[in-house]
Design a protein around this ligand. Structure first.
Ligand code: NAI
Length: 477
């Protein structure tokens, strides 16, 4: 007889593995289906985020920043280093070790919480007396299990350009771009979004000459305009990242060792980008291929996302979907919250995700992070607001850390003073934003942040000063 579970989660990325662990913690018999293979061929949990996304990219980020520090920045500290060498194999090996540690960590968590790992590819295969049937196609054949509830957490994959196959050697998506076997002399990037900027910056710091071409005429359109303008100034003018906006790709020709992209520039003139490697980072698409959605009548929208309500319920009873495969930002932490919420609802609790309090982070140097509304969104919605802004350049810790660029901007309702949005560009932005997320979650006012004692000297004082600046009473400007 087929094994029966209370919950079967399909996919073990951040949304799926958190859903599985939370369900098991709540006493539900839980299994998670996953067949991700590492380059060495072993099966791994963790999905894109842990294997070829957030975690390995942050490892590379740190290595490349260290390299840039030693080659360019230490001089100002009176430190000279001679004979500096970069061993790419060691750098990549360190990254792989971090990935292996983190992914095996999830396997450990599954054991500890008694989550069964069903090794194979999961597919919805109908329903019966025991609930939903989930087919698991693994190395040893195909099995079926029964599930009272199914949580689909199959994630997303890189969108590719039509007629341009990605070989992840010369033409790469996020996977290949994390594992170049040599530092490309000329690196081309299509798409100036989060991945293009993060990975473009990594390889620039390691020595590549980077050119990023972007279809949209505006830079970082989702970010607050002041942050986007500051980022543009820092990345292009100060760091020498070559970004061209408003282009239209005409053709991409891949040679044996290089690529040529022909495109129309914003003014219509014909241009050419010749590079040794090309990263295609033009967004991601949800993974629903082979899931059996059609066969069971699971509703998928025109763009391939599984349709769900605010609580991640699909159109089918007891079938839920979380993470990148459903609407909303493709962010690991958004998926984690959805996974936990669904597990808690299944267990009879009141799970909830506050979609207005999800932080965004772009891991460039300096980092960019925000939560809530941008100034342009408030203007468009006719909301009256007050803005307070404070630069890192006036903060002693930022100067000591050699991170004087950027600012924090707090936007608060003009009448109630409730915090509506907080925008950070600067060192440690990914950490600093947590305070703003808490403020928004607790419906705090800018005065609440302004009256909280912030440690001195610390980067967090810039958040404090920006909140004080909403009422035009910052202490240090
Ligand atoms: P993205 O949506 O951030 O950026 C893609 C960019 O490519 C856009 O600016 C778009 O206008 C441009 N583009 C699209 N088609 C184009 C074309 N034919 N020619 C030139 N430009 C074109 O997507 P990205 O960077 O690929 O990242 C995918 C997703 O992964 C994002 O939605 C993000 O949520 C997630 N992610 C988040 C990270 C983070 O939170 N730090 C890190 C990495 C990924």
């Amino acid at each position: 007889m087929a094994q029966t579970f209370d919950v079967v989660v399909i996919g073990s990325g951040p949304a799926g593995y958190i859903a599985a662990i939370r369900a098991a913690q709540l006493g539900l018999a839980t299994a998670c289906v996953e067949d991700w293979k590492s380059p060495k061929g072993d099966l791994r949990l963790g999905g894109t985020c842990l294997n070829v996304g957030c975690i390995p990219s942050k490892a590379l980020l740190e290595s490349s920043e260290n390299y840039e520090r030693v080659t360019h920045k230490f001089k100002a500290h009176g430190i000279t280093a001679t004979g500096v060498k970069l061993d790419l194999a060691t750098l990549l090996d360190r990254k792989e070790k971090i990935v292996a540690k983190m992914t095996s960590g999830i396997a450990g968590l599954f054991k500890k919480n008694k989550v069964t790992w069903l090794q194979g590819r999961g597919k919805l295969a109908g329903s019966g007396a025991e609930g939903w049937q989930v087919e698991v196609a693994g190395a040893k054949g195909t099995d079926k299990v029964s599930a009272r509830h199914v949580i689909v957490a199959t994630g997303s994959k890189a969108r590719h350009l039509p007629d341009l196959p990605v070989d992840n050697v010369i033409v790469c998506d996020n996977e290949g771009a994390l594992s170049f076997d040599s530092i490309p002399e000329r690196l081309g990037v299509i798409g100036a979004g989060v991945i293009g900027l993060e990975l473009g910056s990594v390889w620039r710091r390691l020595g590549s000459k980077v050119k990023i071409i972007e279809a949209l005429p505006a830079f970082l359109g989702a970010a607050d305009e002041a942050v986007a303008a500051e980022a543009w100034k820092i990345f292009t003018k100060e760091q020498g990242l070559d970004i061209e906006l408003g282009i239209k790709i005409k053709s991409v020709k891949k040679g044996r060792k290089d690529v040529t992209v022909e495109y129309a520039a914003a003014d219509g003139s014909a241009k050419k980008l010749e590079c040794d490697r090309l990263i295609v980072s033009i967004g991601r698409v949800p993974n629903t291929d082979g899931l059996g959605a059609d066969a069971v009548g699971l509703k998928v929208d025109a763009r391939g996302f599984i349709e769900v309500d605010d609580h991640c319920r699909s159109n089918l009873p007891n079938v839920w979907a979380v993470g990148d495969v459903v609407r909303g930002p493709m962010l690991a932490h958004k998926g984690e919250e959805e996974g936990a919420m669904v597990a808690e609802i299944i267990a009879g609790q009141k799970g909830h995700v506050n979609y207005d309090a999800i932080p965004w982070v772009i891991y460039t140097a300096p980092e960019i992070a925000w939560v809530g509304k941008t100034e342009q969104q408030l203007k468009a919605a006719g909301v009256e607001y007050r803005a307070g802004r404070f630069p890192f350049a006036y903060n002693g810790r930022a100067l000591g850390r050699d991170e004087p660029e950027g600012f924090v901007k707090v936007l608060a309702d003009a009448k109630t003073d409730r915090v509506l949005g907080v925008h950070v560009i600067g060192g440690q932005a990914s950490e600093l934003i947590a305070e703003a997320v808490m403020a928004i979650e607790f419906s705090a006012s800018s005065e609440d942040i302004a009256r909280i004692c912030h440690a001195h000297p610390s980067m967090s004082e810039v958040m404090h000063e920006a909140a004080l600046a909403v009422d035009k009473r910052s202490w240090n400007s």
